[in-house]
Design a protein around this ligand. Structure first.
Ligand SMILES: NC(=O)c1ccc[n+]([C@@H]2O[C@H](COP(=O)([O-])OP(=O)(O)OC[C@H]3O[C@@H](n4cnc5c(N)ncnc54)[C@H](OP(=O)(O)O)[C@@H]3O)[C@@H](O)[C@H]2O)c1
Length: 390
């Protein structure tokens, strides 16, 4: 039986992973399941899948989790250290599907025990690209992409020589506000930003799709995962979300990966890799679709894309700054402290302030330095929000 763990089991990616596992449960031994606030779902899945341990990120929820799993034989634990300890338990395959930079420490720990890390948590590579790749190499561990675009690129590259790759094009739906007049974006509400035209995802990534911060993170993730240079990466708006990515080679050929927008494809590919197995996703009917559109992204509408270029050129810990500032600005947008467009303004201001005031951005890429940078970036966003309110 394959030993597997799912970090972020109660979320959208986690639940899709469990859906696939439930179709063949006797093939898997579930070492650890983790969640956050949704104790009921975590306990229900841990009980049904007979997990070794269930961990909630929130220490104040430990008693609830213990009560919900009473008599089940499933161990329980809580807090950030418990997540890392769970990741140190021997697993063959680990799904990294916590949302945000909180996914980085358990992901690194899983790599240290030599597991295959299925990476939905793009923040891991944005904050700590070279550290993560080096850790995987040192411990003979493997990273497999789960983001649909990166899974698509990975699949298009099977059997290819990276030296022949000219460019990687990742597609973007354009999010909830693709067709809105730019003048209306300042007034966009949390509810409006939380509805995605094609994908059914967690709230944070859905809002990040509307602002294109999600695509900005994916551009940086592409650079780190595939080791290409920033000028080899392109973004194209593709409203139908059928083509997930394209790889252009130096003989002029372009390999496109297509499929219905269902994350169980990319999760299943990572779960069964290097094999392909039957997956319960819709099959494409191109004639029924009729047409596929591709549009140049407008960087005035999506300033996050130019910020991603700035981050890649800046290097150092700029990815960790970018991600932390973005996460905190998103918290404030969700809490209705700031408007939709203020998120990008704040991230840009924090990046500039790091350059002007703090040498930490050029410190070596260690987990400790990343976490310090992350903490400072969030603090500066909070200060900027307070100043605006004052
Ligand atoms: N959803 C998609 O289709 C999709 C596609 C590609 C990539 N991704 C990436 O996959 C990751 C997960 O996305 P998602 O949409 O599945 O998110 P989600 O639905 O919001 O789920 C996030 C998971 O992380 C847990 N969590 C939240 N805060 C945490 C913390 N501080 N420490 C530990 N665990 C915490 C949540 O627990 P509770 O819910 O119990 O609080 C939940 O299990 C993100 O990095 C996202 O960018 C998602």
């Amino acid at each position: 039986m394959r030993k597997i763990s799912i970090f972020g089991a109660t979320g959208s990616i986690g639940q899709n992973t469990i859906d696939l596992i439930n179709r063949n449960p006797e093939a898997y031994d579930i070492v650890a399941l983790t969640g956050g606030a949704n104790i009921e779902r975590l306990a229900q899945d841990a009980r049904r899948l007979n997990a070794g341990i269930a961990v909630t990120a929130h220490e104040d929820k430990l008693d609830d989790l213990r009560a919900a799993l009473d008599g089940s034989g499933v161990e329980v634990a809580a807090g950030a250290t418990a997540l890392i300890e769970a990741a140190a338990r021997k697993s063959d395959w680990v799904m990294s599907a916590i949302v945000g930079a909180a996914g980085l420490p358990p992901g690194l720990e899983a790599l240290k025990q030599g597991a295959t890390l299925a990476l939905a948590n793009k923040e891991t590579l944005v904050c700590a690209g070279s550290l993560v790749m080096q850790t995987a190499q040192n411990h003979n561990a493997r990273l497999l992409p789960v983001d649909s675009e990166h899974s698509a690129v990975f699949q298009a590259l099977v059997g290819e020589d990276m030296a022949t790759v000219e460019r990687i094009v990742i597609t973007a739906s354009g999010g909830a506000f693709r067709d809105w007049p730019i003048a209306d974006l300042a007034g966009a509400t949390v509810e409006q930003a939380s509805s995605h035209p094609n994908w059914n995802m967690g709230q944070r990534i859905t809002i990040d799709s509307a602002s294109m911060f999600n695509k900005a993170l994916e551009v940086i993730e592409t650079k780190e995962f595939f080791g290409v240079s920033p000028d080899q990466i392109e973004v194209v708006v593709h409203p139908e979300s059928i083509v997930h990515a394209l790889v252009g080679f130096d003989d002029g050929a372009v390999m496109a990966h297509m499929g219905a927008p269902d994350m169980r494809h990319a999760i299943g590919y990572a779960l069964h890799w290097p094999d392909r197995r039957h997956l319960p996703v819709d099959r494409l009917n191109l004639a029924k679709l009729g047409q596929l559109r591709f549009i140049e992204p407008d960087e005035t509408r999506y300033p996050a894309l130019s910020l991603a270029r700035q981050v890649m050129e800046r290097g150092g810990l700029a990815g960790a700054v970018f991600n932390a500032a973005k996460e905190r600005a998103l918290d404030h947008f969700i809490a209705r402290h700031i408007g939709f467009l203020a998120m990008a303004d704040m991230v840009a201001a924090v990046l500039d302030r790091f350059d002007a005031e703090n040498g930490l951005i050029d410190a070596p890429m260690t987990l400790d330095n990343i976490q310090q940078t992350d903490h400072l970036a969030r603090k500066w966003v909070d200060e900027a929000v307070t100043q605006r309110a004052g």
